[in-house]
Design a protein around this ligand. Structure first.
Ligand code: AAO
Length: 514
């Protein structure tokens, strides 16, 4: 009997492990610090992310990559590995180790974007033009830095005429042929699995908490599983013994293709790309969408199960027209709508949330396409990445956007922590684009996305008292720098939101009670 129970507990633990983000208790979101240097991330963990309740950071790929100069270095060179040495524009291994330790020590964990589907493209040629000087010969499929040879790629297995993916309706092509001309690794091989697992286990020993698996759609789920099965438990200096790395797989599934996200649920969570694409339509009021339809947001919209979803409003691809999502995707360029979208995501219980943090680039559309979509991070003329500087008003300099530091976004990250585990209640709407809902007795949020003012009395579910709106301002000591909302003894409150307000939404929670 006792034995059975123990067995049951063990299998339950195994079954849920890789879905658990491993964030510290009371923390609920991670932020993607796209292209940031390791030294800057270390500083940001200590001075900002830790104190403001962020759970972790997704970092750009750490493995040595092919240096592209055309003539300036694009961001996407980091998706073209040459070896698994920790050595990129973000920094070297020593700097990476230092960052992980510093962030972990303040309870902000590190999630590494791992490129294991492929090596650099066949166009890369021959040479040592990589971030650590490792030699490669892409034509000969020779990567001595790992080492990989021509035996380790899928050239013989791919059945398309060009060697590339020609049709997304053929699952064999999608997994066995080259994505964008990138050399496709033979993940069915024990040797290749071993090399990747060795790399990931090194990252685990350094102290990372999990992995984004890039281009997962282009790998067979069983091959990914075989790699995951070889991974060690997390470093017990920071994590409980037996903790497994958090796994989230990048699979773009908007429906209508041969491969579906659900094929990957056995390995870990999956990126839910429908989330940002649909939310963008709603907030922009495109295609007849209205906020009232968000009433059954989540599985009700055909999304994957809540506990399998990694959700986001935009990512590093679709904020610049790569990947999937199209024109509806909200980004920092549409800051007012963007803050509403992020506000909704962080208030709503569905999924594990990731916030985007970007750099500015000179977006320039020609025939609907941004011809500057390739532009890399702010950098000096020698190609090195510029540091993230912090201005007196707490925004970032050097063209780093730092959306995660926008007051409204930072305060909603805190809101999500405060309402963690509370059910969605007291939904209200006007049948159009004014909605409100609460999270148990901990928090309440109201949106006015109509073209007219809002003045309503709503049941909030919060204890009576005066609350500080964390969107128009925040509680600082005993005072409130924004609107004040008074909740009566019956739990109801009056909300007045002008349609021309800087941010047409209001959010209150019990930790911002005056
Ligand atoms: C660059 C050049 C290439 C060149 C290559 C090699 O741009 O022209 O051939 O170098 O020299 C990033 C960049 C790429 C870059 C690459 C390597 O985005 O431009 O290539 O680094 O430097 C697919 C994958 C998905 C991938 C996405 C970009 O499935 O995994 O393409 N994302 C990840 C990373 C990304 C990275 C890579 C993978 C590669 O996040 O940053 O690339 O490591 C359909 C499919 C999707 C597919 C898209 C785009 O989507 O469903 O799976 O994503 O097409 O090909 C509607 C549909 C939607 C459709 C979409 C777009 O929305 O509903 O399903 O349209 O057609």
């Amino acid at each position: 009997m006792k034995m059975k129970l123990i067995l049951l507990l063990i299998t339950a633990g195994l079954a849920t492990a890789q879905y658990n983000p491993n964030v510290r208790a009371g923390r609920t979101s991670i932020v993607h610090l796209f292209e940031w240097r390791w030294d800057d991330i270390a500083a940001e963990c200590e001075r900002y992310l830790g104190p403001n309740g962020f759970g972790g950071v997704q970092v750009s790929p750490v493995s040595e990559n092919y240096i592209i100069t055309n003539p300036w270095r694009p961001w996407d060179e980091r998706y073209q590995p040459v070896s698994y040495k920790i050595c990129t524009r973000s920094g070297n291994e020593q700097q990476f180790r230092n960052m992980v330790a510093k962030c972990n020590n303040v309870g902000v964990y590190i999630y590494v974007d791992v490129v294991m589907n492929h090596m650099t493209g066949y166009g890369a040629g021959v040479g040592t033009g990589s971030t650590c000087g490792s030699y490669f010969n892409s034509g000969a499929r020779d990567f001595p830095g790992v080492p990989y040879s021509n035996l380790d790629f899928n050239d013989g297995k791919c059945r398309s005429s060009t060697g590339g993916i020609e049709s997304y309706s053929d699952p064999y092509q999608v997994r066995d042929c080259q994505l964008l001309g990138l050399l496709d690794l033979a993940l069915e091989k024990d040797y290749v699995r071993g090399k990747i697992a060795e790399f990931l286990n090194k990252l685990i020993s350094i102290g990372v908490a999990g992995f984004r698996l890039d281009a997962s759609k282009h790998m067979w789920p069983g091959d990914i599983k075989a790699v995951i099965n070889r991974l060690n438990n997390l470093n017990t200096q920071w994590f409980p013994s037996g903790a497994k790395p958090f796994i989230y797989q990048e699979v773009i599934d908007l429906g209508g293709e041969a491969i579906s996200a659900s094929e990957y649920f056995g390995n870990g969570r999956v990126t839910e790309f429908k989330y940002g694409a649909k939310l963008g339509n709603v907030i922009r009021k495109w295609n007849g969408e209205k906020m009232v339809y968000l009433r059954n947001w989540g599985e009700g919209w055909g999304f994957m199960p809540h506990d399998r979803a990694l959700v986001f409003v935009d990512n590093h691809d679709n904020q610049r027209g790569h990947g999937a999502g199209g024109g509806s995707i909200l980004t920092f360029f549409d800051s007012r709508l963007y803050k509403m979208g992020i506000g909704f995501m962080l208030a709503h219980p569905y999924g594990f949330t990731r916030v985007m943090s970007s750099y500015r680039w000179p977006r320039y559309f020609v025939n609907g396409k941004d011809i500057n979509d390739w532009v890399g991070p702010p950098s000096y003329s020698d190609g090195s990445t510029k540091p993230v500087t912090i201005n007196a008003d707490s925004t970032c300099g050097n063209d780093w956007v730092c959306e995660h530091r926008w007051r409204q976004i930072k305060n909603m990250v805190i809101f999500r922590n405060v309402v963690d585990g509370q059910t969605l209640i007291n939904w209200w709407d006007n049948g159009g684009n004014q909605i409100a809902f609460g999270r148990g007795s901990k928090g309440f949020i109201v949106f006015n996305n109509e073209d007219w003012n809002m003045d309503v009395n709503l049941k909030t579910g919060l204890p009576a008292g005066t609350y500080c709106d964390v969107i128009s301002g925040q509680k600082e000591g005993t005072r409130c720098t924004g609107k004040q909302i008074s909740v009566g003894i019956d739990g109801s409150a009056r909300f007045q939101i002008s349609n021309t307000a800087e941010d047409p939404f209001v959010a209150i929670h019990v930790n911002a009670k005056l």
